[in-house]
Design a protein around this ligand. Structure first.
Ligand code: P53
Length: 473
């Protein structure tokens, strides 16, 4: 069965990894703006207290690929590939520089007016994430980030402002990028900094509760502003967790580990805490503090569709000794899967896992899915003004094949946006060298280079894929 005729092909970026212009037109600092590049970044992400008091030589988000100034020529290139959709995020601190103001920053709002107009000019549907790893730094330092219930109110105010402002320009919205990342990189996801003796799980899941309520409140606002038109989605860092062996204990362990990820989407999609969460919380020593009305809000305003990123599957074992061999390939612990190859950054490549994940998600929620991130981070060599990125084409071809198989399995899929359609700053490492794009950006890890754009071989390949609606891979 071919893909539906209006299938949304496109690409994705995020404000903090592309825009730069980190102080332009009144923008405030985002938490990501204090993070360095390279080896120091991982360290900083897990010791944010240190990061906040250290001066680094280079902050990749400050200039990124300067998309704030180049968006017109970049979007033109996306249009040339035939994009039907373009995923980006709104930088919260451009709209509310500190986060707790009552009035938004008009200059920030104007930028996104122009950006979305530019997309629409080419018939491209913007797909907009409200919060992509860039909570205002002030809210982290003054309020403790998402551990503080006050963030719900600030986020709701911000969501209302942008939903209203762009109600005729944007149809598809995502409330939080990779909401389960809160468990893996809590500084990114929630601006969380832990005290030495506190129960970290308690803080994470309390922050999760705040985000889940905030997500429902944004959905509520959306329904009130533009009930007919808006489509609101959640966003999961997906990738099925496989059992290491067919030992029943290994399978049970994988079921439990998967539940921990699905927990967020269970709440956002079904509107209530799943029954397994009682025992999960008990075992983690977590008690969620709720306020009156929270349960009702969650129940009344679930999401319309389920979006997710997919880079890899994972493997877990019930045996603690075996699990000691886990590594943090892509921020999430995994054992090595002997059947899979890995990327240069150690992310295991598993196209069939995408089909598995899609089947699981659709069985579980029966709501339309949207793949909003997928791709290969690789080193590209610019030669004769282009890059022969056959490895990237190969990766995407295999994943798109499996995506189409899943649609054939009966999964309802709205669209596919590959990650980093133009090269940008890596979230995990802060490097430019880890490239995902169809478009090469001349800029290196230290931020040096002309910034000039070059089409890679994959540019024409993807153009053909879109033109033939996935029939010619
Ligand atoms: P990078 C891992 C680590 C950090 C963010 O990642 C991640 C992941 C993958 O699950 O999530 C997403 O740039 C994220 C994007 C990010 C992309 O994965 O470390 O939503 O912001 O760029 C790829 O290679």
């Amino acid at each position: 069965m071919p893909l539906q005729k209006d299938f949304l092909w496109g690409g994705a970026i995020a404000a903090n990894q592309a825009e730069g212009a980190y102080k332009k037109d009144g923008k405030g600092m985002a938490l990501v703006d204090v993070l360095p590049a390279g080896n120091e970044r991982w360290e900083a992400l897990f010791h944010p207290k240190v990061a906040l008091s250290t001066t680094y030589s280079h902050y990749p988000s400050h200039e990124a690929i300067d998309f704030y100034h180049t968006y017109k020529e970049d979007i033109k290139l996306f249009a040339e590939m035939g994009f039907k959709v373009f995923r980006t995020s709104i930088s919260w601190p451009r709209i509310f520089p500190k986060g707790d103001e009552l009035e938004p920053n008009e200059a920030g709002l104007r930028f996104y007016d122009e950006l979305f107009d530019e997309c629409r000019k080419y018939g491209m549907e913007p797909l907009v994430t409200l919060n992509h790893f860039d909570t205002p730094l002030y809210l982290v330092e003054e309020y403790g980030g998402w551990r503080n219930r006050k963030l719900i109110e600030f986020y709701e105010r911000y969501a209302k402002v942008v939903l209203k402002r762009y109600k005729n320009k944007v149809k598809y919205w995502l409330t939080f990028n990779e909401i389960n990342m809160l468990l893996h990189i809590p500084f990114f996801g929630g601006g969380l900094i832990f005290d030495d003796n506190e129960n970290i799980d308690q803080v994470k899941f309390q922050a999760a509760h705040h985000q889940l309520v905030a997500s429902s409140l944004a959905t509520k606002a959306a329904k009130e502003i533009n009930e007919e038109h808006f489509m609101i989605g959640c966003m999961l860092a997906a990738g099925e967790i496989y059992p290491h062996t067919c030992h029943p204990n290994d399978l049970l362990k994988s079921v439990k580990e998967n539940q921990k990820q699905y927990f967020f989407i269970d709440v956002q999609s079904r509107g209530e805490y799943p029954s397994y969460s009682n025992r999960m919380f008990k075992e983690l020593g977590v008690v969620i503090e709720m306020q009156e009305g929270d349960k009702e809000i969650l129940k009344q305003y679930p999401v319309d569709f389920i979006s997710f990123s997919y880079y890899s599957s994972r493997v877990t074992s019930a045996d603690p000794e075996t699990n000691k061999n886990s590594s943090q390939g892509n921020a999430m612990e995994t054992l090595k899967n002997p059947y899979l190859k890995s990327s240069e950054w150690g992310w295991q490549i598993d196209p069939v896992g995408l089909r598995v994940t899609m089947n699981q998600l659709y069985d579980r929620y029966q709501k339309p899915l949207f793949i909003v991130e997928n791709g290969l981070g690789a080193v590209d060599k610019l030669e004769n003004e282009t890059i022969e990125d056959n490895y990237r084409i190969e990766y995407m071809r295999e994943h798109i094949k499996e995506m189409i198989e899943a649609v054939d399995d009966g999964v309802d899929l709205l669209g596919y946006t590959s990650w980093g359609c133009i090269d940008l700053v890596s979230a995990g490492t802060g490097e430019m060298k880890k490239r995902y794009g169809f478009i090469y950006v001349d800029r290196d890890n230290e931020g040096k280079g002309t910034g000039k754009r070059y089409k890679k071989k994959s540019f024409d390949w993807y153009k053909k894929v879109i033109e033939t609606n996935g029939e010619q891979l």
